[in-house]
Ligand binder design. Structure first.
Ligand SMILES: Cc1cc2nc3c(=O)[nH]c(=O)nc-3n(C[C@H](O)[C@H](O)[C@H](O)COP(=O)(O)OP(=O)(O)OC[C@H]3O[C@@H](n4cnc5c(N)ncnc54)[C@H](O)[C@@H]3O)c2cc1C
Length: 393
């Protein structure tokens, strides 16, 4: 079985590893000249780290991670704790895998290191995908035509492949944007911050957590806005913009935002849910299939789950089995990922409620949920019950 994976983000790398494990000969094609990930943090819940263990990369990832004892939800104005969930060793025992906080470059580097260099084609932009009954073909910008039994398009939120397969549709602005920063942890020691926290306020929420074994603090300050913002990991905010946007917030939040100095500004986009991800021998995976707002910290986790299921359905498959196997993959993954897209959007609305009865009811609901459950559910939702794995159809 020959497989081509287009895109070497977290989804594409996980797919390459999972397909190799399933016995496929994999070519991973990436447009950038070298493996890259941005300087930002990422949380990985046990539903994803469990699959990283199956891919034999969990130890390499854990070596770079911070492991939070708990997550704390707080009120924007005075930092009063709404609720907390345990995420440490007991939670790991409960879910069979750890909750990790990572620098993206560390996660990406650990996944990339596990893919043999001979399987990777960097500096190769895909400009077309087509197929016949027996195989699928990828055309590159230099006119080369690569052939395989299965093609996986893990080409991200702006996925050209999604358009080639299912026609034109665009990424949709979510009405939210985020200020982002990474600070040396020494710069904020005096603030006595919890290992992972989300502060909730009107039209805004503020998330911070340690990454790189606690050496850095990752900060994401989300705000609602009608002005469409650029989806860019490198666009800079105006000096001091973040402080003006969070005026009146708890002094610890303002101290972090001030000490962050020049912050970056990221416009948050999504993709509309699809009812199909696959066509014949070609399928979408990760953000190309289900880009979501990041308010449940599950976008990359869902891409890793896609990769795991894809490997499962193609284990022991022959080239003739591929179209049916991809149907099976999509049936197992679409409803779970689509539910997570909805749950993430709902979390954004819940986080941004105005002060008053609605926010009070939310806080009471969250506190009751945490008191009853103690651990963050696999898919951390207190409103929507989202399974992390679909039962076999
Ligand atoms: C602010 C923010 C915070 C987030 N936090 C979390 C979190 O805490 N936890 C979590 O699980 N998720 C989180 N996410 C979501 C997560 O970042 C994404 O879901 C995930 O990175 C998507 O990975 P991907 O591999 O599908 O796409 P991408 O990372 O976008 O990779 C796509 C790759 O395809 C390549 N490519 C594109 N077109 C072509 C082409 N034509 N030819 C060749 N190569 C091509 C690109 O160069 C790129 O390398 C967050 C997202 C944001 C915006």
């Amino acid at each position: 079985m020959r497989a081509i994976v287009v895109g070497a983000g977290i989804g594409g790398l996980a797919a390459a590893l999972s397909l190799r494990r399933a016995g496929c000969e994999v070519t991973l094609v990436e447009q950038t000249a070298r493996f890259t990930e941005v300087g930002a943090g990422i949380q990985l819940a046990p539903n994803a780290t469990r699959e990283l263990r199956r891919l034999d990369v969990l130890d390499a990832v854990v070596a770079h991670a911070a492991r939070p004892s708990h997550v704390s939800f707080r009120t924007w104005s005075d930092g009063a704790e709404i609720c907390r969930y345990a995420l440490g060793r007991e939670a790991e025992e409960e879910f069979g895998a750890p909750y990790l906080l990572l620098h993206r470059a560390d996660l990406h580097g650990a996944l990339a290191a596990a893919v043999p260099a001979g399987s990777v084609r960097l500096n190769t932009t895909v400009i077309g995908i087509d197929q016949d009954d027996d195989s699928a073909h990828v055309t590159t910008a230099t006119g080369e035509r690569l052939t395989a039994d299965v093609v996986v398009a893990a080409d991200g939120i702006r996925s050209p492949a999604r358009q080639w397969l299912f026609g034109k549709d665009e990424a949709v602005f979510s009405g939210t944007a985020a200020y982002r920063a990474l600070l040396p942890s020494d710069d904020v020691t005096d603030l006595n911050l919890p290992p992972l926290a989300a502060w909730l306020g009107p039209d805004r929420h503020f998330v911070h957590y340690w990454v790189r074994r606690g050496e850095l603090l990752n900060v994401v300050a989300v705000f609602s806005t009608e002005a469409t913002a650029q989806e860019s990991w490198t666009a800079r905010a105006e000096p001091g913009e973040q402080l003006r946007a969070f005026t009146g917030w708890d002094p610890r939040v303002l101290a972090v935002l001030e000490r962050a100095g020049q912050v970056l500004r990221y416009g948050i986009y999504t993709r509309a849910p699809l009812t199909r991800w696959n066509l014949g021998r070609v399928t979408l995976l990760g953000d190309s299939a289900h880009a979501m707002v990041p308010f449940q910290a599950q976008g990359a986790a869902q891409a890793i789950l896609d990769a795991a299921v894809l490997g499962d359905v193609l284990t022991d498959a022959t080239p003739a089995d591929v179209p049916d196997a991809l149907d099976h993959y999509a049936r197992r993954r679409i409803s779970a990922a689509t539910s997570m897209q909805a749950a993430s959007a709902q979390a954004g609305k819940d986080f941004h409620l105005p002060d008053g009865p609605q926010a009070q009811a939310r806080n009471a609901r969250m506190a009751a949920h945490a008191a009853e459950h103690r651990f963050l559910p696999q898919a951390p939702a207190w409103k929507t019950d989202v399974p992390d794995r679909q039962p076999e159809p």
